[in-house]
Design a protein around this ligand. Structure first.
Ligand code: PLP
Length: 478
């Protein structure tokens, strides 16, 4: 069945802008007319579309007309029971989704490599997280997916009310989510999915992994801005058609956590993006896949890095490379940047390129950049790269030393990294990108954790903890 490619909210916004309305209301830029044209002409132009809840433009928190029409088309496209527009990214989606699913004292199963918004939501909910350490891929040297046996063990040991997973992960890796969902449901728990990197999976295109909603997840959050042509901060939150429960709490948290003045530019972008996705045909997506192949072929000409193989379980739009011995990701990325090519992210061992949802048109520039990187790195002195040795001891299930409420009753102290060993972390320690916590708030810090932090610092990997080189906040009393 073909889906509508109309974008009612965007169409209404345009119609109002064309009427050239005179503003005696907020926002204070008065349709862009206040900023001097000389300096900020282009910015003024954009501001004309930054309208507010004028008659005819509806209200995100109580949608009845044009926003409701846009949401209805989104429900139809995503085949959801309910879809919400988010103007603060998957971040707010994860917060609302988790807050409505679990309350203080409830057990929730969480793979350790989740985004920090999930960890923040856990703290706000005061739930009891059981963290699963995902399997470690020795070849890729990174955490991948949680092991099914560990999940079963967690359900045996604890009365788990909900489980959340990241699907796909930052590298586009997916796993057998369908089996997991049916297991979680047989245990009477809710399945929440952070599909921030997978809005395009909803296209049901055979070369992309299946979407979480199509596999039966109860609640799914998707960033629109990461993989689809949408403005930054836009995301969707979906409730599955299989889910029969109430969603009153979800709406409550969304209106609590989202602005009471949501940006119409962002909301219109969500409407347009859904229409764009609905307009994608198999033939168009085949062209995207041909382009991915062409980009991979150009990147395979790099002398300093090799392409990670393609797998059917990995999103083909995520193209990952790893440096060859004696080259660093930093040096390769810097050379690409000088040649005008910007990557999604690098870690100490990965370079990740994200292909768009249309054929790439700047092959010549990319080829030039690859030649430039080859030439530049040849001239640079080669260093023996120190590979960060990841922890080999697996701790399949981790419960925090104490719950978040108890943790909050202690006073944190700042100690040097060496002195932090054996104390309970009062902050999650997060190398960024990709933002996966290395130590979680409430977890006891081990000698191995500190060694890994030191190795990452030696590689000049950035941490979200600004003071990490001096030390960390811990609780000494527990
Ligand atoms: C897995 C994952 N979840 C959630 C988020 C938050 O998404 P947003 O930037 O849309 O708030 C990110 C952002 O990088 C992410 O990688």
């Amino acid at each position: 069945m073909s889906k509508s490619i109309k974008a009612p909210l965007w169409e209404k916004l345009q119609a109002i802008v064309e009427e050239k309305p005179v503003s005696f209301h907020v926002p204070g830029h008065k349709n862009g007319t206040i900023l001097p044209n000389v300096s900020w002409g282009k910015f003024r132009e954009m501001m004309r579309y930054d309208l507010t809840e004028l008659p005819g433009l509806d209200d995100l928190h109580q949608p009845e007309t044009v926003i409701e029409d846009a949401l209805a088309l989104a429900r139809d496209f995503f085949e959801s029971r309910e879809t919400y527009f988010l103007v603060n990214g998957s971040t707010v989606g994860n917060l609302a989704m988790i807050l409505q699913a679990v309350s203080a004292g409830d057990y929730i199963l969480v793979p350790k490599n989740v985004h920090k918004s999930v960890v923040n939501a856990l703290e706000l909910s005061k739930a009891c997280p059981i963290f699963i350490e995902p399997a470690y891929d020795e070849t890729l040297n990174r955490m991948t997916v949680p092991l099914f046996t560990d999940i079963q063990q967690a359900f045996t040991d604890y009365p788990i009310k909900a489980m959340i997973v990241t699907y796909p992960d930052y590298y586009g890796t997916t796993f057998d989510l369908e089996t997991l969902i049916s297991y979680v449901h047989t245990r009477g728990a809710l399945m929440l999915v952070d599909e921030a990197h997978g809005v395009h999976l909803s296209l049901n295109y055979p070369c992309f992994p299946a979407s979480a909603l199509s596999l039966g997840a109860d609640f799914v959050v998707q960033s629109a801005h990461k993989m689809a042509p949408a403005l930054t901060q836009t995301a969707y939150l979906h409730v599955s058609r299989h889910y029969k429960g109430e969603t009153h709490c979800l709406k409550h948290y969304l209106q609590m956590l989202q602005s009471s003045s949501p940006s119409y530019l962002l909301m219109a972008s969500l409407d347009v993006t859904r229409a764009f996705l609905a307009s994608q045909t198999t033939a168009l997506l085949d062209q995207v896949m041909a382009s991915v192949k062409a980009v991979r072929s150009i990147l395979s000409g790099l002398e300093s890095a090799y392409l990670i193989k393609e797998y059917t379980t990995v999103d083909p739009l995520k193209i990952t490379l790893q440096p060859k011995l004696s080259y660093t990701t930093k040096a390769i990325e810097a050379a690409f940047r000088t040649a005008g090519i910007y990557l999604e992210f690098i870690t100490d061992q990965d370079l990740v390129f994200v292909h768009g949802l249309a054929p790439f048109t700047e092959q010549e520039k990319l080829q030039y950049a690859v030649n430039y990187v080859n030439h530049t790195l040849k001239k640079q002195a080669k260093h023996d790269t120190m590979k960060v040795v990841r922890k080999k001891v697996r701790h399949p299930l981790t419960k925090l030393v104490c719950d978040y409420q108890t943790l909050a009753s202690f006073k944190p102290v700042f100690v040097s990294l060496n002195d932090a060993i054996n104390y309970v972390a009062y902050e999650s320690i997060i190398p960024y990108p990709p933002g996966i916590p290395l130590v979680l708030k409430g977890q006891r810090i081990t000698k191995e954790d500190i060694e890994e932090i030191r190795q990452l610092l030696a590689q000049k990997i950035h941490f979200q903890n600004n003071h990490i080189t001096q030390g960390v906040y811990v609780i000494k009393e527990i």
